[in-house]
Design a binder for this molecule. Structure first.
Ligand SMILES: [Zn+2]
Length: 278
């Protein structure tokens, strides 16, 4: 079994000696990418490490495609994250939110002290988007010399809506069509045979499971949800149509999207210089 691992990529900071790491950090425009995943249930057919593997695998291919001379490095992944919504399912491991905030904040400050000018959170777990955005703003205040960019693997990728049906874009929140297909592309040997569907709270005959009209699980007026209250299998959405072909297409648009965004970032002067201190 070959699982792509970012640890084998030469751009991983942890594979440098300390003098080389120091040189890397002090280069003009030095940027470090920290992959974030989770160790959490992904239905009976996908591994707990799904989100971490996606962050690493997409980033690995993105880094492969970018010019080798860019001052861009990656960190070892944070593979246990903030997943309280899945804790009713064995195998899920979750850090308390405040502990993860402290951890990321501390490492962020150390990276800024080394001289890194940009820190990108490359996150593939939807349940910690808000938390990472909050940490990013706090770090930005504490470390004015370093910009922090908390991005989410699946966000802002316009081409996805041409590949995933609308209903699944809205309701396929977890271990459903997109994630199952993407895993069939990256690591088919890790995908089990079942193709569960569930968690459609609008269709539930149990009135207490129905999201109030105008509210939704995610989006404009969200309700914080716990997976076990919505789905027996742990899947929220419909994995039945998942194919490796769809996975290959998703993989291609995700990699192309992030290659473009990283190139734009590396060619920019971001962050703005704080003129008030001059
Ligand atoms: Zn996931």
């Amino acid at each position: 079994m070959e699982v792509i691992s970012i640890s084998s990529n030469l751009r991983n900071l942890a594979f440098l000696s300390w003098p080389d790491a120091s040189k890397a950090a002090l280069k003009e425009g030095s940027t470090i990418v920290w992959p974030f995943g989770a160790c959490e249930q992904h239905g009976p057919h996908l591994p707990l490490i799904t989100d971490t593997l996606f962050a690493e695998s997409v980033l690995f291919e993105v880094l492969e495609q970018l010019p080798k001379d860019l001052p861009l490095w990656s960190l070892p992944s944070q593979s246990i994250g903030f997943s309280p919504e899945h804790l009713a399912f064995p195998g899920t491991l979750s850090l308390p939110g405040n502990l993860l905030m402290e951890l990321v904040n501390e490492i962020g400050k150390q990276l800024a002290d080394m001289g890194f000018q940009r820190l990108v959170f490359f996150n593939a777990h939807g349940g910690q988007i808000g938390l990472l955005q909050a940490i990013a703003r706090e770090l930005r205040i504490q470390c004015p010399s370093m910009s922090v960019l908390p991005c989410f693997l699946w966000s802002g990728v316009d081409e996805l809506k041409d590949l995933i049906p609308n209903k699944e874009v809205e309701q396929g929140l977890h271990a459903a069509l997109a994630e199952t297909s993407l895993m069939l592309s990256f690591n088919p040997e890790l995908v089990g045979d079942s193709r569960p569907f569930g968690g459609d709270s609008k269709k539930s005959t149990n009135q207490s499971m129905k999201v109030p009209s105008g509210w939704s699980l995610e989006g404009a007026a969200p309700c914080a949800w716990l997976t076990n209250e919505l789905s027996e299998s742990g899947v929220i959405g419909d994995s039945r149509g998942a194919t490796p072909e769809l996975g290959d297409k998703l993989r291609k648009v995700l990699v192309e999207h992030w290659v473009e965004l990283f190139l734009n970032l590396m060619n920019s002067k971001w962050p703005p210089v704080d003129n008030s201190k001059n």
